[in-house]
Write a protein that binds this ligand. Sequence first.
Ligand code: NA7
Length: 550
Amino acid sequence: MSATLEATAPAAAQALDFDAIIIGAGMSGLYQLLRLRQLGLRVRVFEAGTGVGGTWYWNRYPGARFDSESYSYGYSFSKELLEEWSWSEHFAPQPETQRYLNFVADKFDLHRDIQFKARVASAHWQGAEGQEQGRHWAVTLEDGSRHTARHLITAIGVLSAPTLPRFEGIDTFQGQSFHTARWPHEPVDFRGKRVAVIGTGATGVQTIQEVAKTAGHLTVFQRTPNWCAPLHNRPITEEEQREIKAGYPEIFRRCQETFSCFMHTPDPRGTFEVSKEEREAFYETLYASPGFGIWVGNFRDMLTDRAANKEISDFVANKIRQRVKDPKVAEMLIPKNHGFGTRRVPLETRYYEVYNQPNVLLVDSKATPIERITPTGIKTSEAEYPFDIIIYATGFDAITGAFDRIDIRGCDGKRLKDRWAHGPETFMGMMVEGFPNMLMLMGPHTALGNIPRSIEYNVDWVTRLLRFMQEKGLTFAEARPEAVQAWTDHVKLVGAGLLSTEVDSWMTGINSNVEGKQTRIIARYSGSAPEYRAWCDAVADKGYPDLVLA
Ligand code: NA7
């Protein structure tokens, strides 16, 4: 489907409130604002929070920190910024990252174009023939105010729509309760308190290992164990700091070349091309090394070959058995329904040792499901547990969830949510047929991995398109249906054969707490980042033949 393409008078363009509206002031929204401002465009960012930072603004739960090396995570676009900012740890904690993003916003004077406490309720394409201003987006905030812009840029994050379980009685609890992604700005004191954590994903693991340090008693409700591996974080020494700053060009060059933009990349060897002893030694080295190496720097067939995957899974299972004293608890913590790395691997710091503490209890909430929340605690099929604090580390309606929450309507008035009812269809994860002038940063079907690297690439691609349109006097861009089909087919093709596509997780679009999200979909691009960039660069280099431009 294609919108009306009648020419728009320059006077009409002036009548629009903005050239571009960006939704979200996280890492992608901030950088996009800067780039569009440099093009001379009139831009407004609408941000639901009271400050910048997106993921790093909302996820202020205890223990939140990077699992990517700090110096590979920050923005790479400004030499001056790289010189001025010094990370204090190899894997920075959330407060530091939030400070960093505020530092960026101050340095580039970004605040003045950001409206805070401004949650977007709807965005409707206005393209009907004869309409006064034609070809623009009308954006309505939750406060009812309406704003128009030529371009709509979604910078709404991959993991930004938190979800609570649908437990009966959830509102009746009389103690304190929090979702990890809606943590209060004030500190929460766990000393002497009976604390529950529900959920053992990457967030739950970080929360549990931190809360266990001070809680009077901690009960962990685990439905599915995940394969966790050590983070090996430590402070950055002065000498390392100098090396990092001098080495930035090399760090970012490496991130450009690796499969998923991390400093780690798959080992070119197949698991069974090397001897058993060599494999064991390699796994030991990875387990003792910082960061995601054990997940994304492992043998190249680890996530495609079942026998290879079993080898590493058995290795990590034995590590868990060595670290957890009670063999029954150790077995509870070893995943049985999926292999190592087929879900996101939480990185941990003495996580497994937490279960050796006398004040920590692990409850299997698959065997004994939570039946309801009571005013005083949690009732499972087996027992009733009293709590002062309940922490929901229950995750997000990932990837498409943030889009579903906004009433986004394209040319034919159809909602994007309905358009994607059977899984997203996109052009390079950035555009959707029938939704002209809508550009998505980190939309479905983009390469995830070390996300800021993908963000910078996507922002630069969008900026290049808008510059091209500006230079040519174009006001309309829509992905052609055949281009959307080709990209969507490609995404499905590269996802096929991966063991991770056979497993329920947020990466395959599953969320047990959201109606309609019980069927696996291909939600992300799982090819390599260099291949992704090559595809997108080729489109731009050829002058955008895959787009209807007018
Ligand atoms: P995840 O990885 O989606 O984890 C959510 C956890 O919450 C997971 O252990 C779930 O168990 C559990 N959960 C969710 N709903 C329920 C109910 N109703 N009952 C019991 N347990 C439940 O989210 P995270 O926030 O940890 O991490 C998301 C990403 O953010 C992470 O991968 C990083 O990339 C950053 P389940 O596995 O579904 O059985």
